[in-house]
Design a protein. Structure first.
Length: 274
């Protein structure tokens, strides 16, 4: 895997962070966010960033779709004091039943993969594909994130730069949300091993969500082996994004500073303790 946090070369670029001895991606001393109907939810607080300073607790959250939350879930979300909820889903992935959530929280739509993840588009692909072809499809999706969707992720980083308490999500909280978390944690100076571990943690946290999806798709005649690349996160997926960044900008630091115009120092002042 590319050592993508060791190549920054702009004035606000990322300091190289040594890999943590036993990286888990799980922030220490942060209680799990347990919801009834929201998967893959977590606080990024506690991860070690630049100069050994930890990401502040209770400021940056990631999750799967929160919009169909139970009443108890909504109360718990309200207690987080969220200033903004950023939604990477496209209009075709949303339902009329989500309107109540949008009225309760300040919700910003930043669509990524518009049209690609709607079920009417995915079903023909899944029926016609092999597992290897679905894996290749996901690799291409990740290559597109930093290039084709540069404006969307740049807008997200500009929103975060305002220092708000924020939840960002997509449908399962793993691909679009995972790439957004990479950008954010890299800007904060979190080590590569911890960023990757945080990304891969979605497989464990989405186990129940994935089992239900496999059962549903199996009833529609979709082979589990074909569906699995779409449900899992894999190190090779994130590596595909980083290879695209490396080819176009030389490093994730350059991408943040030059392509996305991120003020790394400002982000760290907002979200790193100490």
């Amino acid at each position: 895997m590319l050592k993508w946090l060791q190549r920054a070369a702009c004035p606000h670029a990322l300091a190289a962070m040594p890999p943590t001895p036993a990286a888990t991606g799980i922030a220490p001393d942060v209680p799990d966010l347990v919801f009834e109907r929201i998967s893959n939810a977590r606080d990024l607080g506690g991860l070690v960033g630049a100069e050994g300073r930890r990401v502040r607790h209770g400021r940056l959250y990631r999750s799967g779709n929160p919009a169909l939350a139970s009443d108890a879930d909504l109360e718990r979300l309200q207690a987080l004091g969220l200033d903004m909820v950023v939604d990477f889903r496209s209009p075709g992935e949303k339902s009329a039943g989500e309107a109540a959530f949008g009225q309760r929280f300040r919700w910003q739509a930043v669509p990524v993969l518009e049209g690609s993840m709607a079920m009417d588009v995915l079903m023909p692909r899944l029926r016609a594909s092999t597992p290897a072809q679905m894996d290749a499809f996901m690799l291409e999706v990740y290559r597109d994130f930093p290039v084709r969707y540069r404006a969307a992720f740049g807008g997200f980083m500009q929103t975060v730069q305002g220092g708000q308490t924020l939840l960002f999500h997509c449908t399962a909280g793993k691909d679009r949300t995972g790439f957004a978390a990479l950008l954010l944690l890299a800007a904060l100076g979190v080590g590569q091993d911890d960023i990757l571990a945080n990304y891969l943690e979605s497989n464990q946290r989405n186990a129940q969500f994935n089992a239900a999806a496999l059962a549903q798709m199996g009833s529609l005649g979709i082979d589990a082996a074909v569906m699995t690349p779409l449900l899992e996160v894999r190190a090779s997926y994130l590596e595909a994004s980083m290879q695209a960044i490396d080819a176009g900008w030389g490093s994730v630091g350059n991408y943040l500073c030059d392509a996305l115009q991120v003020d790394v120092a400002q982000l760290r002042a907002h979200y790193l303790a100490g």
